[in-house]
Design a protein around this ligand. Sequence first.
Ligand code: UD1
Length: 419
Amino acid sequence: MKKIVIEGGAKLQGSINISGSKNSSLPILAATLLIDEKIILNNVPNVKDILTMVSLLETLGKKIKIKNNTLEITSTNKPSYFAQYELVKTMRAGILVIGPLLAKFNMAKVSLPGGCAIGARPVDIHLDFLSKIGYENKVVKGYVVSKKKFSKNKISFFFKKISVGATETAILSSCLSSKEVKLINIAIEPEVIDLINFLNRSGTNIKFIAKRSLIIKGVKNLRGLKYQIMPDRIEAGTYMVASAITNSPLILKNISVVHLKNIINIFKKIGLNIKILSDRSLKVLPGRLKSIRIKTVPYPGFPTDMQAQLMSLLIFAKGISEIKEDIFENRFLHVLELQRMGAKIEIKNNKAKIIGIDYLSGAQVMATDLRASVCLVLAGLVAHGKTEINRIYHLERGYENLVKKLKNCGAKIKIINVR
Ligand code: UD1
């Protein structure tokens, strides 16, 4: 087992290169199951979730060569429609292979997913859509077993709740067919748009007809292509917090400024000065932090994936801040750990009240999801004394070279092996 040890208080300086987006790479990797020809993906982050998805695709008939951040994906003559529990259990995005498998084989057996412990996280909307387009779905011994029952040429589907994953499943299961599918009330996160761009580039026809509605005109074959994954906006937001919390100006490179607008606006409101250097880079100039009331909402609102990191920053904001978590229940697991470091945070249902203070002390902490883990790293950067973060498994799932990137900027941070 490994843990991260941070000696708090060091100032940061310099610049950080942001990696490619994990949450965009995962559905695009699932989409490669729809394409027989060779695909080259650039800017794929080298993180655990990606390696898990690669292993999963290899069991489903793909051959994948990884060189730095480039993946070369070809097809073998051993395709399969069976996605095993061992690979899907650690990563919720494993469910995303169900759409392409059904599009290819008209049947699929996919383990119900695992992932972060941030609530129940059902897949009912994914399955509602698949039923609507003609598949019968049963849950048998932890697996979703789906088979084609009927076929319809024109389908219109309304999402009862905005869901990134269910939108991606709907798109992935529809673009290789003779159907015309209208999707209403979809998620429009930049990662969903990246998937659509990838699929359109490979020959499908997906067109927006309104802000949250689109029409997919399926095609018989998709062609191979070379594609550059978008930058990770959540990683960028996380390092913006690292800059602000340590009161150190930092430059972020390889970002997409347009995707960060919502996050930048909130950071400006709480007192940071953000200088846009180009559409691919910005500089964070920390300022005196002000409290804020905010809720997490689907894009273009403030993302739930930045909630924990924002909370660690608001600990140092003057006055009382409030964060309402409107996407996931049970996504305040980091609060108990932040309290152990001295934070004054009160939770009532899905609201957290953060009372501004000016001092955290280092402690032994651990977290149970990806963003919660990174918020403890951020708190550790500024806490007095030593912070030890246990169970860093979740961090490795989603942040490429986190420790190296922070260390290169001057943070006193290291990974140590423990028994
Ligand atoms: C994706 C992201 C995750 C992010 C989340 C919200 C990936 C790999 N993960 O997760 O980092 O936090 O979007 O931006 O891209 N829901 C249902 N039934 C369903 C599906 C979802 O009730 O069938 C609910 C969820 O429990 C949650 C809400 O809808 O309350 C949004 O979830 P969703 O957008 O689907 O999140 P994921 O795609 O799992």
